[in-house]
Design a protein around this ligand. Structure first.
Ligand SMILES: [Zn+2]
Ligand SMILES: [Zn+2]
Length: 71
């Protein structure tokens, strides 16, 4: 137990830099994740609308929620 506590405390900052937010559910997940462990979304497969935040398919050109153009 003592050993694992040490390891955890020593690597918090390093670990934080390797994290990102899931576009879909905002869970903090490892930066190199392809799938969100929380909601299961394929992060390479969604495109978030910059106007309303709606999650569209990655090949969508127009947001299906607000009809905003997706870059
Ligand atoms: Zn998620
Ligand atoms: Zn939208």
């Amino acid at each position: 137990m003592l050993i694992s506590n040490k390891l955890t405390n020593g690597s918090i900052e390093q670990r934080f830099e390797r994290l990102k937010e899931c576009e879909a559910c905002k869970t903090i997940i490892p930066r190199d994740s392809q799938f969100c462990p929380s909601c299961g979304v394929n992060l390479l497969d969604i495109s978030v609308c910059e106007y309303c935040g709606h999650k569209n398919k990655v090949d969508a050109t127009v947001c299906e929620n607000c009809n905003g153009l997706i870059k």
